[in-house]
Design a protein around this ligand. Structure first.
Ligand code: COA
Ligand code: AMP
Length: 638
C-alpha cells in the first residue's frame, strides 16, 4: 500500500490500525481493547494490556538472541572513557539496581527523580524504574536547583538519583550540591538521595539521607519485570509552558511501547542489529524515546554520548563517533551542526573518517535553516531528514517513513508529511480548518495516536485547559504553520511564549517571573530573538520602578545572575535592556509580537489594539542606544 492509503486507513479506523501495530510487542497479556475514552475527556490506549518497558528493552531482546550484542556504547571524550555494554550486561545491571531500589522501599507507582549526566548509570536507573513500575522523572542537568525543587515538589519522589558531577567541555559541574540545595528549597523531602560518585569530583554525603550508588546495591536481589497495565504511567517529563510552573507530561506504558517500536523501525528505518545514535540528553524527550527505550526495544545498539559536537576534542567529534561505531542513522538538533560548521566551515575534519555506514540523518527540535541543510547535505551526501515532534507527543508527528519502500522525499522548509495516526490540521483563530498553503495554528484532530501524553501529572484539568480547550475536538500543539498542496507540513514557530534555545524548550513567562522579582524592576517582557548559532536567545526588556537607582549594566548583571541561579545556565540569558515603557493593548496585555519584530530589526506594523503607539519608537530607540540593534530601516506603518 502507498503512504496515502496507509495514512487514510490509520485515520479512518485508528483502533484497528494501532491494534495491528501492537502485535509487534511481547505483551505479558495482550490488550482486549485498543482505544478507550477516559472520564476526563481524553483517551487511553491498550489500557488492559500488560507489559513492561524494561522487559521489552532487555529480556525480550535477549530472548531473541541478542544477549551478546552491544545495547549501549558509552563514549565519553570528557572522561576518556568508553564502554560497550551488552544486552546481557545491561539487564544484569538493571535487575540489580531495581532490586536495590525495592530494598529501599520504592514500590510500583512511587516516583523517582533522576538528575544525572550522560553516564550509563542514568540509563540503568531509568530502566530499573520501568522494571519495577516506579515512575521516573528525569530532570536535565543544566537546570538550576530552583527548577529541580519545583519538580521535586510536584512529583514528590521517594528517592532522588544523582551523580557527584557532570562535565561540560572541561568544566566540572557539581550536581550533588545542586540536589542538596533543591531539597532544602523544596517542601517535600525525599527519603534518600543515591549518589554516583565520579572520581573527578567526589561529593560530600549526608550520613542520614545519602547513599552511595554501588554500596547500596550490594546484596540486592535481582528484580524481575513487573507487569504494568497499558494505561499505567511510565514517566513524568517536565516541559516549559507559559508560566513558571512547568508541565509534568505523563506518558503511559502501552501506547508508548507500541509507538516506540513502530517509530524506530518504520519512521527511523532501523532494524535490529543496526547502530543508532540519538545525539541528545536523557533530560529531554529524545533521550527517553530514542537514546534509551526506543532503540533497545528495536534491538539496536544505541550510542550514549557524554560529550559535545565541538571541542571534545574538536569539531570532528560527530564524525569520529559515526565512523568508530559504524552508526547507521542518527538524530540531532540543527544547532549542533551549526556549531560544527562554525568551527569547521569546509567540513575538513569529516574527511578523515569513513562515514559510509551512515544511511540518513534525522534533525528536529528547532527549525532547520536552509544553509545548515545545504551544508550538511553536501558534506555527507546522505538524506538530511527534518521531522517534527514535541515532548507531549513522545515520538515524531511528521517525518518520512524510512522503514517503508517509498518514504516521502524531503522538501526544503518542511518537516515532511504526517505520520499515520496523526490527523494534522491547520486552524484559524476561530477553529476552522484552513485550506492548503494558509498559515494558522497547527492542531491534531482527536483521538491522538498511541504514545502521545494524555495528561499532566496529577492535573488532568491543566492538560485540558493547556491543550484541548482552545480548539474543541483538537489538540493544540502551540506551533504555527501550514500544509502545502501535497500535505507536507511547514512549521513556522511557536505561537505562545515558549522559545527554543539550542534545541532546548524554555518559557519566557518563567524568565519574566524571575526578572520581575528584582527589587528595582517594575515590569518586564522576555522575548526570543534570533541567534545564528542557538536559533533563539532570550532578551529582557525591563521597566524600572519610579525612583529606581541602578545603572543599566548593573541591572543587567543582576538579572543575568538571577536567571542563571533560578532557571539555569541552559537559558543562555545574557541581555536585559532598560526601556521607559512597554507597549500594551488597551486591556493591559504586553504586545510581544511587535517587540519581537523590533528586536529583530524587522519592519513592523503598529497593532490596532495598542494603547499608546508612541511607545514603539521609544523601545526602538532604547534598543539602539543599548547597541542591541541598529536603526530599523523602514518606519512603522499604521
Ligand atoms: N549540565 C550542566 N550544564 C549544562 C548542561 C548540562 N547537561 N548542558 C548545558 N549546560 C550549560 C553549559 O555548560 C552552558 O553554561 P555556560 O553558560 O556556563 O557556558 C550553558 O548551559 C549553555 O549551554 P549550551 O547552550 O548547550 O551551549 P554550549 O556552548 O555549552 O554548547 C552546543 C553548544 C551547540 C554544543 C550545545 O548547545 C548542543 O549540543 N546542543 C544540542 C542540544 C540538543 O541536543 N538538543 C536536542 C533536544 S531535543
Ligand atoms: P520539545 O518539547 O522540547 O521537544 O520542543 C518541541 C518544540 O520544538 C515544538 O513544539 C516546535 O516548536 C519545536 N520543533 C521541534 N521540531 C521542530 C522542527 N523540525 N522544526 C521546527 N520546530 C521544531
Amino acid at each position: 500500500m502507498s503512504y496515502s492509503q496507509v495514512y487514510a486507513a490509520s485515520l479512518k479506523d485508528p483502533a484497528a490500525y494501532w491494534a495491528e501495530q501492537a502485535q509487534a510487542l511481547d505483551w505479558f497479556k495482550a490488550p482486549s481493547t485498543a482505544l478507550m475514552a477516559t472520564e476526563h475527556g481524553t483517551y487511553q490506549w491498550f489500557s488492559d494490556g500488560e507489559l513492561n518497558l524494561s522487559y521489552l528493552a532487555l529480556d525480550a531482546q535477549i530472548a531473541q538472541g541478542r544477549a551478546e550484542q552491544v545495547a549501549l556504547y558509552y563514549d565519553s571524550p570528557v572522561t576518556q572513557t568508553k564502554e560497550a555494554i551488552t544486552y546481557q550486561e545491561l539487564l544484569a545491571r538493571v535487575e540489580r539496581f531495581a532490586g536495590a531500589l525495592s530494598g529501599l522501599g520504592v514500590e510500583k507507582g512511587d516516583t523517582v527523580v533522576i538528575y544525572m549526566p550522560m553516564i550509563p548509570e542514568a540509563a540503568v536507573a531509568m530502566l530499573a524504574c520501568a522494571r519495577m513500575g516506579a515512575v521516573h522523572s528525569v530532570v536535565f542537568g543544566g537546570f538550576a536547583a530552583n527548577e529541580l525543587a519545583i519538580r521535586i515538589d510536584d512529583a514528590l519522589p521517594k528517592v532522588i538519583l544523582t551523580a557527584s558531577c557532570g562535565i561540560e567541555f572541561d568544566k566540572k559541574i557539581a550536581y550533588k550540591p545542586l540536589v542538596d540545595k533543591a531539597i532544602s528549597l523544596a517542601a517535600h523531602k525525599p527519603k534518600h538521595t543515591i549518589v554516583c560518585q565520579r572520581p573527578m569530583l567526589v561529593a560530600q554525603m549526608d550520613a542520614h539521607r545519602d547513599l552511595d550508588w554501588y554500596a547500596f546495591q550490594e546484596g540486592a536481589v535481582p528484580a524481575k519485570a513487573v507487569p504494568m497495565k497499558g494505561s499505567d504511567p511510565s514517566y513524568i517529563l517536565y516541559t516549559s509552558g507559559t508560566t513558571g510552573q512547568p508541565k509534568g507530561i505523563v506518558r503511559d506504558v502501552g501506547g508508548y511501547a507500541v509507538a516506540l517500536k513502530y517509530a524506530i523501525h518504520q519512521v527511523y528505518g532501523m532494524r535490529a542489529g543496526d547502530v543508532w545514535w540519538g545525539a541528545s540528553d536523557i533530560g529531554w524527550v529524545v533521550g527517553h524515546s530514542f537514546i534509551v527505550y526506543g532503540p533497545l526495544m528495536g534491538g539496536c545498539s544505541s550510542i550514549f554520548y557524554e560529550g559535545k559536537p565541538i571541542r571534545t576534542p574538536d569539531a570532528g567529534a560527530f564524525w569520529r563517533l559515526i565512523s568508530e561505531y559504524k552508526v547507521n542513522s542518527m538524530f540531532c538538533a540543527p544547532t549542533a551542526y551549526r556549531a560544527v560548521r562554525k568551527e569547521d566551515p569546509q567540513g575538513e575534519l569529516a574527511k578523515a573518517y569513513d562515514l559510509s555506514s551512515l544511511k540518513w540523518i534525522f534533525v528536529a527540535g528547532e527549525k532547520l535553516d536552509s544553509s545548515t541543510y545545504q551544508w550538511l547535505s553536501e558534506l555527507l551526501s546522505v538524506p538530511i531528514l527534518d521531522h517534527w515532534w514535541q515532548t507531549e507527543s513522545g515520538w515524531p508527528m511528521t517525518a518520512p517513513m524510512m522503514g517503508w519502500e517509498d518514504p516521502s522525499l524531503p522538501r526544503l522548509g518542511s518537516t515532511n508529511k504526517p505520520i499515520p495516526g496523526y490527523d494534522i490540521q491547520v486552524l484559524d483563530a476561530e477553529g476552522h480548518e484552513l485550506p492548503a498553503n494558509e498559515a494558522g495554528h497547527i492542531c491534531i484532530k482527536l483521538p491522538l495516536p498511541p504514545g502521545f501524553a494524555w495528561s499532566i501529572w496529577k492535573n488532568n484539568e491543566r492538560f485540558k485547559t493547556s491543550y484541548l480547550t482552545d480548539f474543541p475536538g483538537y489538540y493544540h500543539t502551540g506551533d504555527g504553520g501550514f500544509k502545502d498542496d501535497d500535505g507536507y507540513v511547514f512549521i513556522t514557530g511557536r505561537t505562545d511564549d515558549v522559545i527554543n534555545v539550542s534545541g532546548h524548550r524554555l518559557s519566557t513567562g518563567e524568565m519574566e517571573e524571575v526578572v520581575a522579582a528584582h527589587a528595582q524592576v517594575a515590569e518586564c517582557a522576555v522575548i526570543g530573538v534570533h541567534d545564528e548559532l542557538k536559533g533563539q536567545v532570550p532578551v529582557a526588556l525591563v521597566v524600572l520602578k519610579a525612583g529606581a537607582d541602578i545603572e543599566p549594566q548593573d541591572l543587567e548583571a543582576d538579572v543575568v545572575n538571577m536567571i542563571r541561579d533560578q532557571v539555569g545556565a541552559l537559558a543562555c540569558f545574557k541581555r536585559a535592556i532598560v526601556v521607559s515603557r512597554l507597549p500594551k493593548t488597551r486591556s493591559g496585555k504586553i504586545l510581544r509580537a511587535v517587540l519581537r519584530k523590533i528586536a529583530a530589526s524587522e519592519q513592523y506594523a503598529t497593532p490596532s489594539t495598542i494603547d499608546d503607539a508612541s511607545i514603539l519608537p521609544e523601545v526602538e530607540e532604547a534598543l539602539v542606544a543599548a547597541g542591541f540593534i541598529s536603526l530599523v530601516e523602514s518606519s512603522p506603518s499604521a
